[in-house]
Design a protein around this ligand. Structure first.
Ligand code: AMP
Ligand code: MG
Length: 495
């Protein structure tokens, strides 16, 4: 803790703490036995106006572990509800997370600083309020990789171990993640008030969200409709972005759907290795509700739940309200298709739009599906063939039947002939759209295993460093798909 008069560690503004008291529960984190620093995200700290060196001192680590409430913080856990796998739960809330406050980033926007795994809260239900080391490292790796890939996401500012055990399938080392988000308001936060017929609460939250995330909506003729339009648009582009890189969130419940349009709550998430649209990794998603290919439809379903919450604010009559909600929701499909079509064109090097472009790319995807082609490697190898057709064999060898690619390449080159522009420029543009490295499941598991078994964070550090530059060529093992014995069949929430 800094002595009064010194610069505080975090220049908090405490905006959420000014909302009505029934929006949250005020409480401090629960201290842990023996906090040890795993990592501070130096660049993110500086972006937030926080001195990374100070975070790494024993005083800083005490804050990151929840053993000290930093000067200026007004810690609280946020109340929310949500549909989990389609079933409504009227009370969820931060069961193991505490918002310390918000700080202003270099971009002038406020960011939440939240401890995750910081002890029980009034929303913990049967949970212990803690997080195991594995899921903390997984969230750190994947959220930072997503940021480097250019996908809107919550970030990871720091991770610490607690020196305590948490009990899941067995005893596991405990850890705390410091998460940074544009905000932690979720679709489920609106549902919390709507389920209680608390229209004032819905309105107060909507006004807060408009001011924080959608300021232009305030000037619109119907500000709450404009808010809904904004969330629909951001979710559509977010999900399109996921689909371009093979990301599967795994638990797209409404409480894990951010109003700001960021990817949030990295649980059983995973990147696909071989391309199969029905892929599901999450061990708790037995029916494949959150399979890769279902993500756009699920996002629309979640947005429909948000529209229901906002209904009382959308118009003067039932009819008008419904019409507003339906119009806003109907825009999702077009927004998703536009973002997706543009993303797919970039992936195969098309600068111009023609009818049939989407069909061309879906033809490739179907061939990849039928031939067990690696999603990331196929598109990355395709980049080089754009300037050098002698490299076609490097793509074809990723297909069980190489001819399946060769046939498609003929169609692709016919389409490319209608494009102007230099082949090298096309290759470079494709390389900026098709990452060389993604956080592959087996590499994450290896990094976690070393940390859990022997407190060795070397693999974790190396993986993070490589994933900071996903569009640059990288060496094995980071670019390699798993060998058969390395394939991770299922991921676990680990909560
Ligand atoms: P999730 O599936 O991780 O999005 O979490 C769903 C809900 O369960 C949220 O309200 C979490 O805060 C809560 N939760 C998850 N893990 C724990 C835990 N270990 N202790 C208390 N609450 C938890
Ligand atoms: Mg969650």
């Amino acid at each position: 803790m800094s002595l009064s008069g010194e610069t505080p560690l975090f220049p908090f503004i405490n905006a959420y703490a000014r909302l009505p008291e029934h929006f949250f529960a005020r409480l401090a984190p629960t201290p842990v036995v023996n906090p040890r620093l795993i990592k501070v995200n130096d660049a993110l700290a500086r972006f937030l106006g926080i001195d990374p060196a100070q975070l790494a001192t024993p005083e800083g680590v005490a804050v990151l572990a929840g053993n000290n409430v930093p000067e200026g913080a007004e810690p609280l856990s946020i109340a929310y509800a949500g549909h989990q796998f389609g079933g409504f739960v009227p009370q969820l809330g931060d069961g193991r997370a505490i918002l310390l406050g918000e700080v202003i980033g270099r971009d002038g926007h406020p960011y939440d600083v939240q401890l995750k795994g910081s002890g029980p809260t009034p929303f913990s239900r049967r949970g212990d309020g803690r997080a195991a080391l594995g899921p903390v490292l997984r969230e750190y790796i994947v959220s930072e990789a997503m940021a480097a890939l250019g996908v809107p996401t919550t970030r990871s500012l720091a991770a610490v171990t607690t020196g305590e055990w948490v009990y899941r399938e067995g005893a596991l080392p405990g850890a705390v993640l410091t998460r940074v988000a544009s905000s932690h308001v979720r679709v489920g936060t609106f549902q919390f008030f709507a389920a209680r017929r608390d229209t004032d609460g819905v309105r107060t939250l909507a006004d807060y969200v408009i001011a924080r995330h959608y300021p232009a909506a305030r000037e619109a003729p119907n500000p709450y409709r404009a808010l809904l339009d904004g969330v629909v648009a951001r979710q559509a582009t977010l999900i399109a972005h996921w689909m371009m890189i093979g990301f599967i969130h795994g638990v797209m419940n409404t409480d894990n759907t951010s109003i700001s349009g960021e990817t949030i709550d990295y649980g059983p998430c995973a990147f696909m290795d071989t391309y199969h649209p029905e892929t599901v990794y999450s061990s708790i998603d037995a029916r494949g509700r959150y399979a890769f290919v279902n993500q756009p439809a699920i996002a629309h379903w979640n947005l429909t739940r948000l529209a229901e919450c906002l209904l009382p604010l959308l118009g003067a009559s039932d009819e008008a309200r419904l019409a507003q909600a339906n119009e806003a929701l109907a825009a999702f499909a077009g927004a998703f298709e536009t973002a997706s079509a543009a993303g797919l064109r970039r992936k195969v090097g098309l600068n111009t739009a023609q009818d049939g472009d989407a069909g061309l790319v879906y033809d490739l995807l179907e061939r990849m599906d039928a031939n067990n082609a690696d999603f990331t490697l196929t598109f990355r190898a395709l980049c080089d063939t754009a300037s050098d057709p002698t490299k076609d064999a490097d793509v074809a060898k990723l297909f069980d039947t190489p001819a399946a690619f060769a046939e498609w390449a003929v169609l692709w080159r016919e389409r490319l002939a209608a494009e102007n522009g230099d082949a090298i420029a096309r290759r470079d543009a494709m390389r900026a759209a098709n990452p060389a490295v993604i956080p592959r499941n087996h590499l994450i598991e290896e990094a976690i295993a070393a940390a859990v078994a022997s407190n060795d964070f070397t693999l974790f550090e190396k993986l993070n460093a490589v994933l900071e530059r996903p569009f640059e060529d990288q060496a094995a093992p980071y670019t390699s798909p798993p060998l058969p014995h390395q394939v991770v069949a299922a991921t676990f929430c680990g909560t």
